[in-house]
Structures are given as structure tokens and as C-alpha cells.
Design a protein around this ligand. Structure first.
Ligand code: AMP
Ligand code: GLY
Length: 440
């Protein structure tokens, strides 16, 4: 295929990734009248009914894998590729999959550096006067330790590279800060936990306040800001225990008034896109600002360059309008022509996990009760760590299912999501019942 499909032609799409995010994106794409065939690589136990799960590895991003994806797209008339996770984006998969007649939804490696290199993004934020924590960057472990030792106020130590969400250590004391530097960069006795990703650290002032996620579609120039969400990273009720990939999220969050959201758009998102463009880098895809609402106003904790997981799930539940057209417009630099609106209801997403997560957990446990959970018309169950084995749905990860419910209020959405999540059965299943409770 050498020409992009015309405005009415069906679009075959390939979604790369295996989480609840990718299931939700496929579910929403499928609702577009122009959606043709859908393929997921590798997908999960829930994506198969929407399309076809295919075996096309994209990690590592190398010539063999890129050629296989490229060949598959040509053979199957795929004209839209959606890249879910950050790792392949940071390793240039969006750049390498570009081809005539094909749109790739996701930023180039240069743009994805905003997520993949925290030293780069911190430098950009400081240079562009984007509100963020004060910070210093170190490549020399002795200098980092010496700096950490002298800090009187608590700091946060971050591995600059991608560390699967585990490279951020929030500390209380100077000793803890030095220990964090040792863990990330290594010391006399051992190397750093994150390898090259921890060769550079960012040590920054510790902020306090509620956290919000503000995501926007960006087409290089225009932004479409999505309704703000709040994510819950800690494993236990009341935001306690170790961090996870995300135990739940709800949308919209009442924490951001309209004018604060406008301020975030202007001072964080637009400034970032403009700063990149001044350096010759065009950002296309999803720009995600993780912010803390401090006494001194909202401050950016981090940028991600993709949909958040689980934030994507409540966003897709509430998004009205055509995601396929919006993604194409994002790729084509025509976001100003796109009309998207929101279901006025609140969506609460509860992540049902496997016993032991975020530590060790078992896989292959039979799952039942999903149909019962989804029998309420306001409930949709997205799959994350699931797989079909010999016709039986089984667990295949730590975060297994994302139970999403719409309600007129956050409380109602939470109650419906919790009631539905209770109906899902597998050995050791657990979930947080307090998603959204902090703002109720
Ligand atoms: P990040 O991946 O940079 O968003 O960090 C992960 C988590 O660490 C955030 O969601 C916050 O809970 C926490 N965190 C990061 N930076 C800071 C900071 N400067 N002050 C307080 N907490 C932080
Ligand atoms: N929900 C946080 C993330 O996707 O990074």
C-alpha cells in the first residue's frame, strides 16, 4: 500500500502492547465506523474478541523485529500503528516504522526523551521556566553522594533512564538519600540496580501535595487536553505500601479547577512542546504530565510520552467522538479539526491484582466471573495480565483486570466498580476499594 487510506476507507490498525491500556485503546478504536481489522501484538486474553492477537516482538527495537512488523503491516494493509508502552518509543520504534501510507501514533525517540531521560526533561523544564522541583543532575557517584549528604531538606533521587517505574526513591533523611544514590548508581561493593538507566541521577527537592495526571494529544503544534485523572500507585488502601504500576485511577478529578487546568496547559504542556520545537523536535502523540499540586501551585514531577496505564482506561470510557479520527489527525498535524467531548459521568477504574503483586505472584490461575462483573451496563472490564490457555482464561501478570464503572458521582462510580470487581474470581485476587476516596 503506498497511499494513506482515503477519508472513508476502512483503517486496519495494529496496537503494540499487552496491558489494559492497549485493550481500552482497541475497544475505543473498534467503535469508530472507519475501523477495519484490528491486530494486537501481543495483546492479551481480552483483546482477541476485538481482533487478532499476533506474535510480533518489538523488544528490543532491532532490525529483525522492525522488519517483521513492517512486513506484517504491508501484508495486512495496516495503515495505523499505535505504540502503547514507553520502552519501544524511547528506542526509536516510531521513527523506524514510518513508511509511505502508514501512520504511526507515538513520538519519535528524540521526543520520547522527555520520558526516557529525566536529566534531559529536567534541563528542558528549567530552561523553559516550567514549574517543577529544583534539582541537580549527577553523572559522578561521589559528587552525587556528597551533594545528598549535605541536603537538610528531604530529597527525591531519580535514575535518569527508564527503570520500569521503579527508579524514583523518595527519602526522608540525608542517610536515606545517600543510600538511594548507592542503590541507583552503585557503590564500592556492587553496581547500580538499574544498570545504564542509573548512570545519571537527578536529585531534587521533595514536594508535597496531591498528584494528578494531565494528558494531551499533541500533533506537533496543536494540543487537545484530556480530562484530568488521578492515579493510585501504592499497593494498599490509604496510599500505603510499595509502589506498583497503578492500582486504579478515576477521571475527571475535581482537584483541578478549569483555570488551573488552563494554567497547566499553558505553563507545562505548551511550553514543553514549544521548547522541543525550538530544538527541531516535533512532538506527536500523547504528552502526559505527572503533577503535584503544591502550596506554591502545580509542579511537574515527570513527563511520560504515551497514555498512562491505568489512566487510559477511564479516559476511553468517557471519551465521546472518534478515537481513530483523533489519532489520524494527531499524526497528520490536524488536531485543530478534531471534535472530541466527554461523557459527563465519572469513571472509576479498579485494578484487580494477583496475590503477592508487586512482589512475586503466580501465573496461569483460572479466572471466572468476568461476565457477571460486566453485566451492569455501566461497567466494562478491560484485561491486562490475562491469557487464553486451551480455551480457559488465566492470569498472566500481576495486574490482571481493570474493572471500570461510570457513575453520576465519583462515589457511585467507585461503588459500582468495587461491586463488579468483587465478582471476579481467581485464587489470590485482591484490589483497592478506595480509588478516589481521597477527594470524596
Ligand atoms: P516520577 O516517575 O518521577 O513521577 O516519580 C514517581 C513518584 O515518585 C511520583 O508519582 C511521586 O509520588 C514521587 N515523586 C517524584 N518526584 C517527587 C518529588 N519531587 N517530590 C515528592 N514526590 C515525588
Ligand atoms: N499510571 C502511571 C503511568 O502510566 O506511568
Amino acid at each position: 500500500m503506498s497511499n494513506p487510506p482515503g477519508p472513508d476507507d476502512p483503517v486496519n490498525a495494529l496496537i503494540l502492547g499487552s496491558g489494559g491500556r492497549e485493550h481500552a485503546l482497541g475497544w475505543k478504536l473498534k467503535q469508530s465506523p472507519r475501523c477495519g481489522e484490528l491486530f494486537f501484538a501481543p495483546g492479551n486474553g481480552g483483546t482477541e474478541p476485538l481482533g487478532t492477537n499476533v506474535d510480533l516482538p518489538f523488544e528490543p527495537v532491532n532490525t529483525k523485529n522492525v522488519d517483521a512488523i513492517d512486513y506484517f503491516c504491508r501484508q495486512n494493509g495496516v495503515s495505523l500503528v499505535v505504540i502503547g508502552p514507553e520502552d519501544p518509543l524511547c528506542h526509536g520504534l516510531a521513527d523506524r516504522l514510518q513508511a509511505p501510507g502508514r501512520r504511526v501514533f507515538g513520538p519519535t525517540a528524540d521526543a520520547a526523551k522527555l520520558e526516557g531521560d529525566k536529566a534531559f526533561s529536567k534541563k528542558l523544564m528549567h530552561a523553559a521556566s516550567i514549574p517543577t522541583a529544583d534539582a541537580k543532575t549527577f553523572t559522578n557517584p561521589d559528587a552525587a553522594r556528597a551533594y545528598a549528604e549535605t541536603r537538610e531538606l528531604p530529597v527525591v533521587v531519580k535514575a535518569a533512564g527508564l527503570a520500569k517505574g521503579k527508579g524514583v526513591i523518595v527519602t526522608d533523611t540525608a542517610e536515606e538519600a545517600v543510600a538511594a544514590v548507592n542503590e541507583i548508581m552503585g557503590d564500592d561493593t556492587q553496581g547500580g540496580t538499574f544498570g545504564d538507566a542509573g548512570a545519571t541521577v537527578v536529585i531534587e527537592e521533595r514536594l508535597s501535595g496531591q498528584e494528578v495526571s494531565v494528558l494531551a494529544l499533541v500533533d506537533g503544534r496543536n494540543l487537545f487536553v484530556l480530562d484530568p485523572c488521578q492515579d493510585h500507585k501504592q499497593v494498599n488502601e490509604g496510599d500505603t505500601g510499595p509502589n506498583t504500576g497503578g492500582m486504579g485511577a478515576y477521571c475527571p478529578t475535581p482537584l483541578l479547577e478549569e483555570d488551573t487546568l488552563t494554567e497547566i496547559q499553558r505553563e507545562a504542556l505548551v511550553r514543553t512542546v514549544d521548547a522541543l520545537r525550538r530544538d527541531g523536535v516535533e512532538f506527536k502523540g500523547v504528552l502526559y504530565a505527572g503533577l503535584m499540586l503544591t502550596a506554591g501551585g502545580p509542579k511537574v514531577l515527570e513527563f511520560n510520552t504515551r497514555f498512562g496505564d491505568p489512566e487510559c482506561q477511564p479516559l476511553m470510557m468517557r471519551l465521546k467522538g472518534d478515537l481513530l479520527e483523533a489519532m489520524i489527525a494527531t499524526c497528520d498535524g490536524r488536531l485543530d479539526e478534531v471534535d472530541l467531548s466527554w461523557d459527563p459521568r465519572v469513571c472509576c477504574c479498579v485494578v484487580v491484582c494477583s496475590g503477592g503483586y508487586p512482589g512475586d505472584y503466580r501465573k496461569g490461575l483460572p479466572i471466572t466471573g468476568i461476565d457477571e462483573a460486566a453485566s451492569d451496563p455501566d461497567v466494562t472490564v478491560f484485561h491486562a495480565g490475562t491469557a487464553m490457555k486451551k480455551g480457559q482464561l488465566v492470569t498472566n501478570g500481576g495486574r490482571v483486570l481493570n474493572v471500570c464503572a461510570l457513575g453520576d458521582t465519583l462515589k457511585e462510580a467507585q461503588q459500582k466498580a468495587n461491586a463488579a470487581a468483587k465478582k471476579v474470581v481467581f485464587d489470590g485476587a485482591f484490589f483497592r476499594t478506595d480509588i478516589g476516596s481521597r477527594v470524596m
